[in-house]
Design a protein around this ligand. Structure first.
Ligand code: UDP
Length: 480
């Protein structure tokens, strides 16, 4: 089985988790393919006892107008991510060669399947040509990804002057507001690099033999229906959430896991707000200042994973001048707040009993990690499909309120205070969210249940079905 994640933490982490689950459940040899620096990081992120093999594809970032050694979105300012996406297409030739060579090494037997990231749709063309079973691994949620897909393919906002509009092929999602479009989508007209990339790569999903979603069957019904309609009978497997706890991304962390847990231990149950914007984005200088003032005025304890603001992202070390004067000293007093620079042990924080809520950019991994731990979300979506994950969490799941949209909008500290109070201040709305998120957490627990007595949840069964489909090549012969 060959797995090929896109070069971003939010894609590599769940892919490694899936690889480990496949390793446990099958006798197949598992090979993960990626660019050299990512392979190096993957090697040190995997547990030592794994038999998973790794394969480097040649890649030099400077050949693609990227800074030296830039092979992952986590070392790029957001505007350069498009270049990495474009550069990923150039891996087609070397990936093809790798698969052909592997087939030769295995006496003419090709790999049993290629599981490729949502942004590497072109792998389906190689798989079809070589007669290999192919599946897309979609690391986003079904609802958010369906909206993201529909928006990029149809660009409905270009065809209306209204601030609100429906999606032509996904009206069930109800209205989308212009403020829910990331900047590059808002400015897209079909001839820009994002439109060209998305319109050429994403539709290839529907040529695949199936799509694996890192989600739960019962959670995102409308989003899943959208994909099932488009797959015209071919399977959509909901196998999530994949278990990421044994994956240790080798990131320079601002804090040791123990230190963070010790800090949380000193706080009462359900009293701390966790604030993080994921692995690859940031907010603006002005927004950072308002967020800091709002956190301070909220009087709640918090852990904030803090990176330089957008205007200085990756160019400099964090500077105190980006925060209100004396902020860091004041929050240390009375143990009020903990600033973690760059990278925090997110799973450990979300699973700690003192964590009450998560102010999140709503990347899908962060979303799942919050839901599985029964932690309600304060959404501040920034890019990608995050706005639609937030829409889902607010409108469908009822476990979230939104505090802001995007990293250029104005936000006032009063909004931050109001929303924190709503979620953490013992309000009726806050309690309702907490009840609903507890139900979702139970639903997720049920989905991943796999007992010695043979009790299997829907996600476990779906992964079994996927393996069965691969090994019998059932789908291939039925549908290709
Ligand atoms: N993550 C982490 N510590 C951090 C930031 C991120 O462990 O300080 C992990 C997080 O737990 C999640 C992934 O990185 O598994 C981020 O993925 P997500 O889809 O939430 O957002 P992205 O980074 O892709 O925008």
């Amino acid at each position: 089985m060959v797995l090929f994640p896109f070069m971003a933490q939010g894609h590599i982490i769940p892919c490694l988790a899936l690889a480990l689950q496949l390793e446990q459940k099958t006798n197949c040899r598992i090979i993960i393919v990626n660019t050299p620096l990512n392979i190096r990081n993957i090697r040190s992120s995997l547990p030592p006892n794994t038999s998973i093999r790794l394969k480097e594809l040649p890649f030099t970032s400077t050949d693609h107008g990227l800074p030296p050694d830039s092979e992952n979105t986590d070392v790029l300012p957001y505007p350069l991510i498009m270049r990495l996406l474009d550069a990923s297409k150039t891996l087609k030739q070397s990936f093809n060669k790798f698969v052909v060579d592997l087939t030769k090494q295995q006496d003419g037997n090709p790999p049993v399947c290629i599981i490729a990231d949502m942004f590497l749709g072109w792998t389906v063309e190689i798989a079809k040509e070589l007669g290999i079973f192919h599946s897309i691994f979609n690391t986003g949620g079904a609802y958010g990804t369906a909206i993201y897909y529909s928006l990029w393919i149809h660009l409905p906002h270009c065809k209306t002057t209204s601030d609100e509009f429906l999606l032509p092929d996904f009206p069930e999602a109800s209205v989308i507001h212009r403020t829910q479009l990331a900047n590059h989508l808002s400015n897209a007209d079909g001839s820009d690099s994002w439109s060209i990339f998305n319109q050429s790569v994403l539709p290839l999903w529907f040529k695949s033999d199936g799509i694996i979603f890192n989600t739960i069957e019962g959670l995102e019904k409308t989003g899943l229906e959208y994909f099932r309609r488009n797959m015209t009978g071919r399977p959509v497997w909901c196998i999530g959430p994949v278990r990421c706890s044994s994956i240790r991304p080798q990131k320079k962390s601002g804090i040791g896991s123990d230190q963070c847990i010790n800090w949380l231990d000193t706080h009462p149950p359900a009293s701390v707000l966790f604030v993080s914007f994921g692995s690859q984005n940031s907010i603006s200088c002005q927004q950072m200042m308002e967020l800091a003032i709002g956190l301070e005025k909220s009087k709640k304890s918090f852990i904030w994973v803090i990176r330089p603001p957008l205007e200085f992202y990756l160019s400099e070390e964090f500077q105190s001048k980006w925060l209100p004067k004396g902020f860091e000293d004041r929050i240390k007093e009375g143990n009020r707040g903990l600033l973690v620079h760059k990278w925090a042990p997110q799973l450990e924080i979300l699973s700690h009993r003192s964590t009450a809520a998560f102010l999140s950019h709503c990347g899908w991994n962060s979303t799942l990690e919050s839901l599985i731990h029964g932690v309600p979300i304060i959404a501040w979506p920034l890019a990608g499909e995050q706005h639609y994950n937030s829409k889902f969490l607010v409108e469908v799941a009822g476990v979230c309120v939104e505090v802001a949209r995007g990293n250029v909008s104005d936000i006032k500290h009063e909004d931050v205070v109001r929303v924190i109070e709503l979620v953490m201040g013992g309000t009726e709305k806050g309690e309702d969210m907490r009840k609903k998120v507890t139900k979702v957490a139970e639903m997720i627990e049920d989905a991943i249940r796999d007992t010695d007595e043979g009790l299997k949840g829907s996600s476990v069964k779906a992964l079994d079905k996927f393996i069965d489909a691969v090994l019998t090549k059932r789908c291939n012969s039925d549908y290709s």
